[in-house]
Design a protein around this ligand. Structure first.
Ligand code: ZN
Length: 275
């Protein structure tokens, strides 16, 4: 691989939030980036066949659909709604020939983390048969513990690995996101374990700016913060992962700037800090 090789670079549509789906597809393709992860809000009221055709014409490969999950809720009715939403995500993914759905598993402040984890496991078990039938893989993305109150009760790679061991399916695996996992002293060991189980389904990159001004929307470009991105990428690849490096940046600051210029910065920081 040369230092200019963009063949493994992927971008999440949320990264360039102001661009609609067709603009994002054209701009990434023109920039020589041919892998895309689509966030589902960009598909609302859209004709999936037309999007698929556009992707094919621009030689774009979909890495994953973001996102499913949110299984945890004290009310059964809400948990059932989440199951239906995940099932529709699986059908969308199948229609777009997307191989993977990212799962943000959910949590709820009105119940214990143990209860949320139980519901997450039940939720995954409920949707797995459809995912297997449609040949769509599900990737559990452990989230940073600062989100344990409301977004995910799965906060370490070890927890995600354990669920994959408990629920045996080759359609269930893990999404390694440096933003959520970089702080974990067990990270290297658990990445190796995840690789041995052949469960590393995806790899997300960005950086942790210090001090962070917003716990959701102040992610940085690679190299701008304190995450040892290259080190983690090396561990993931030594564990057998051979897939794309997905840039997933939520940033009020970057969403306000000219998105063409932002895309140039993404390419530059990727070349400088990830290759
Ligand atoms: Zn992610």
């Amino acid at each position: 691989m040369t230092s200019n090789d963009l063949s493994k670079l992927a971008i999440h549509t949320i990264t360039t939030k102001p661009w609609d789906i067709d603009t994002a597809i054209s701009k990434y393709s023109e920039a020589g980036i041919h892998n895309i992860t689509i966030w589902r809000q960009y598909l609302e009221d859209k004709n999936l066949n037309a999007i698929k055709k556009n992707l094919d014409e621009q030689k774009m490969r979909i890495v994953s659909l973001c996102r499913g999950g949110f299984f945890a809720h004290p009310e059964k009715e809400n948990r059932e709604m989440a199951i239906h939403d995940n099932e529709s995500a699986i059908l969308q993914a199948a229609e777009l020939k997307t191989p993977l759905i990212v799962l943000v598993c959910g949590s709820h402040p009105a119940q214990s983390l143990e209860e949320s984890r139980k519901q997450i496991k039940e939720g995954i078990e409920r949707i797995l048969p459809l995912a297997e039938d449609k040949n769509v893989r599900l990737g559990i993305e452990p989230l940073h513990p600062m989100y344990a109150d409301s977004r995910s009760a799965i906060n370490t790679l070890r927890q995600a690995n354990d669920i994959c061991r408990e629920i045996e399916s080759r359609h269930l695996g893990v999404v390694v996101d440096v933003y959520h996992l970089w702080w974990d002293p067990q990270l290297e060991i658990e990445i190796r374990r995840c690789g041995q189980m052949e469960k590393i389904f995806a790899f997300h990159i960005c950086d942790w700016i210090s001090p962070t001004t917003d716990l959701l929307n102040d992610r940085g470009l690679m190299g701008e913060g304190c995450i040892p991105i290259h080190q983690i990428k090396t561990w993931v690849e030594e564990a057998g992962f051979n897939g794309t490096h997905e840039v997933e940046i939520f940033s009020n600051r970057y969403w306000q700037m000219n998105q063409d210029k932002f895309l140039d910065l993404i390419k530059k920081s990727y070349k400088d800090y990830c290759l």
